[in-house]
Write a protein that binds this ligand. Structure first.
Ligand code: ARG
Length: 279
């Protein structure tokens, strides 16, 4: 069994330099020293949960590079590289590509007229890829990715600008089990989720705003921002070990625990992750 492997990027150049989602406001800057402490505490907690952390070198002028979840979608040794909707983040693409290539991933691109924001909008739960679209990623890109990876795709339209990436309102925990925030989806999306995931744990408005859904799953441990007690109680009842660490400085940019990580060996809930082990 391989050790869980996660990519993070230290917040040396993190800050609120532009506004590309409703959480961001240049008048509400992040406190740099506090952001560094919060990021380091998240890293320490993930290491204590059994994960090995690799780091991407920070780049001046790319404040959102810390959100490594958006770098790519990982499938075995393939990495489907992000193509960001906003020009402010497109400069990250060559750095993500260089790092993933150096690690031995086969890096693939989406067509240049398609936007795709990596694991922020594409999450495996079992054999299925759940794919958020409209605000950042395009539905068209998700279908093409499904064909390339030969997996079923369930497209989910995101309807609330505050929950602009799928990982802000949906988090697979294990095959058939996930956390979700219902108001972030339309009726069709809710029906699709309820038909395809047996156990869905709903998050309340207050905790959704604290980014409860933006959780990192490492084995049975589920790490979230501080201040999500209802979700934590539900997770404990379901046999998980929830942990919290304050990440408010990153909420100012519209991100939290999950956005700050990219699981390189496959998400806990992705069925393909077990394949190597069963052969
Ligand atoms: N400021 C970043 C953006 O708007 C935050 C990205 C958060 N990442 C995520 N996977 N939800 O793109």
């Amino acid at each position: 069994m391989t050790e869980p492997h996660i990519l993070m990027c230290p917040p040396d150049y993190y800050g609120i330099e532009y506004e590309i989602n409703p959480w961001m406001n240049r008048q509400r800057q992040s406190d740099h020293a506090l952001a560094v402490r919060q990021w380091s505490a998240l890293r320490t907690l993930l290491e204590a949960s059994g994960a090995h952390i690799s780091t991407l070198e920070p780049v001046k002028g790319l404040p959102d590079l810390v959100f490594t979840a958006n770098a790519a979608l990982i499938h075995q040794r393939r990495a489907i590289l992000a193509h960001f909707r906003h020009p402010q983040r497109q400069g990250e693409e060559p750095f993500d590509e260089a790092w993933l290539t150096a690690q031995g991933f086969e890096v693939e691109r989406v067509p240049s007229d398609v936007y795709f924001e990596g694991a922020g909008d594409a999450l495996f739960c079992g054999d299925t890829l759940f794919a958020g679209y409209r605000i950042r990623s395009d539905a068209r890109g998700h279908q093409q990715i499904g064909e390339r990876l030969a997996c079923r795709v369930i497209p989910l339209e995101l309807v609330d600008p505050y929950y602009y990436h799928l990982d802000t309102c949906f988090c697979p925990l294990a095959p058939g089990r996930a956390i979700y925030y219902p108001p972030a989806f339309d009726d069709y999306g809710l029906r699709a989720l309820r038909e395809s995931v047996e156990e869905l744990i709903p998050v309340c408005d207050d905790e959704a705003r604290r980014f409860a859904c933006n959780a990192v799953v490492v084995g049975r441990t589920v790490v979230t921002n501080a201040g999500c007690p209802e979700l934590h109680a539900q997770l404990r009842a379901g046999g998980f070990e929830p942990r919290e660490t304050p990440l408010d400085e990153f909420v100012k940019a519209g991100g939290s625990a999950k956005c700050l990580t990219l699981r390189l060996d496959g998400e806990e809930a992705a069925s393909w992750r077990d394949c190597d082990r069963c052969h």
